[in-house]
Design a protein around this ligand. Structure first.
Ligand code: SAH
Ligand code: SF4
Length: 388
């Protein structure tokens, strides 16, 4: 599914952004302005190594070339409609794009490093029942400019230009775990990630990038082969019945197919494992029997778990499992030989934690929200009635 499209930089501005063009795209843009190919290399360096936002700063480019660039292009950054910082240091930006659509980016700092959580779509077509983004209809895919721009803007905010040449950088990782399903916007995500990985620019290694998917099986292998980034799977249940109940995509790509895709994901080893994300939902997926089934399901896959306490949002129908239940679940996995940390929720006070992201571009009406909640409650009741 590729719903997009280049979007102009602003509705009143017909110039196009250079950020987000692949290396070939940048060469073509330079050639179209009648310049020699090495100019594309210089521009790339200014944009992705130095972080320049203004052609005037690019002093080794001839003045007439800079003038022509200014007439036809901008370097490009998304505009920020709002920036919030949580009491725990987590920072969230609400990006507003040229057509008025919005998406969120979150930076989760740790002591001397941190991950930028990047969105891939405005909203999401999938309707995982525990996810706030899932109540927002997909408006559109984000362009490569809009995806790379999120990371570049975070770097602006933390003053990390020029690109640090050693590994000491605060913005050390990217997780594609913001709004949207990255594998339903694969081409644009891939272009964006190839840009951030390029050695002579932002230079973030493929091992510092993690793509999270709800399980779009046909695209999983492609992500491994073309990008080689780390893979995280939003697993959340060990059997098809439970998983289909909370993640409708499971009906399309059931666990057998998903696990087969994980087993053949390129480059996996004990040193480089798949992460299985598992949101702890009270009374749904958190019993010892679920833990046992989970270990059986993933047997033989080099993997680790990430247990995520459910983060509530306005109107959510689930509750987080009790702390004791989460701890007991983690302990069972640990006893089974699995790494299974419990993720500390970050940025809950600014709705920046996992699954809380949602922009106001298209909300379900109150009636639709009630209908969806009633539908989920009914399916849950049916399941409970059917349980032995
Ligand atoms: N669409 C992709 C990536 C974005 S979601 C995916 O589903 O993998 C990022 C992670 O947050 C996923 O593991 C998702 O299942 C989880 N998540 C969604 N809603 C949540 C919530 N309310 N509480 C905790 N985690 C949630
Ligand atoms: Fe979409 Fe991921 Fe949320 Fe599911 S969990 S609705 S795939 S963003």
């Amino acid at each position: 599914m590729n719903l997009i499209v280049a979007v102009p930089i602003a509705e009143t501005d017909s110039r196009t952004a250079l950020v987000g063009l692949s290396r070939e795209g940048l060469s073509e843009a330079v050639a179209a302005l009648g310049e020699k190919p090495f100019r594309a290399k210089q521009l790339w360096h200014w944009i992705y190594h130095r972080g320049a936002t203004d052609f005037a700063a690019m002093t080794d480019l001839a003045k007439p070339f800079r003038t022509r660039l200014e007439e036809t292009h901008v370097v490009g950054r998304p505009s920020v409609a709002r920036e919030q910082t949580s009491t725990d240091g987590t920072r969230k930006w609400l990006m507003q794009y040229a057509d008025g659509q919005k998406a969120e980016t979150v930076f989760i700092p740790e002591e001397d490093r941190g991950a930028v959580c990047v969105s891939s779509q405005v909203g999401c077509t999938l309707t995982c029942r525990f996810c706030h983004t899932g109540t927002q209809r997909l408006v559109r895919n984000l362009t490569p400019f809009e995806i790379v721009g999120q990371f570049m803007l975070a770097r602006d905010s933390y003053g990390e230009w020029p690109t640090p040449t050693d590994e000491r950088r605060m913005l050390s990782n990217i997780v594609l775990m913001g709004m949207g399903e990255p594998l339903y916007n694969f081409d644009n995500v891939a272009t964006a990630m190839k840009i951030v990985m390029a050695d002579d620019g932002i230079a973030l290694g493929k091992r510092r990038i993690t793509l999270s998917t709800s399980g779009v099986v046909p695209e999983i292998h492609r992500a491994g082969a073309e990008l080689g980034v780390n893979l995280a799977i939003s697993l959340h249940a060990p059997d098809d019945d439970t998983r289909s109940l909370i993640m409708p995509i499971n009906k399309k790509y059931p666990l057998k197919e998903l696990m087969a895709a994980c087993r053949t994901y390129p480059g996996m080893s004990n040193a480089r494992r798949i992460t299985f994300e598992y949101v702890m939902l009270k009374g749904i997926n958190d019993t010892p029997a679920h833990a046992r089934a989970l270990m059986k399901l993933v047997a033989g896959i080099p993997c680790k778990f990430n247990l995520i306490p459910f983060n509530p949002w306005p109107g959510s129908i689930y509750e987080c499992s009790d702390a004791d239940t989460v701890i007991a679940f983690a302990q069972m996995l640990a006893d089974g030989g699995f790494t299974a940390p419990i993720r500390t929720p970050r940025g809950r006070d600014i709705l920046a934690a996992c699954g809380q992201l949602k922009t106001d571009s298209e909300k379900l009406s109150a009636k639709e929200q009630r209908e969806r909640a009633a539908q989920a409650a009914q399916t849950w009741a049916e399941k409970e009635a059917a349980a032995p």
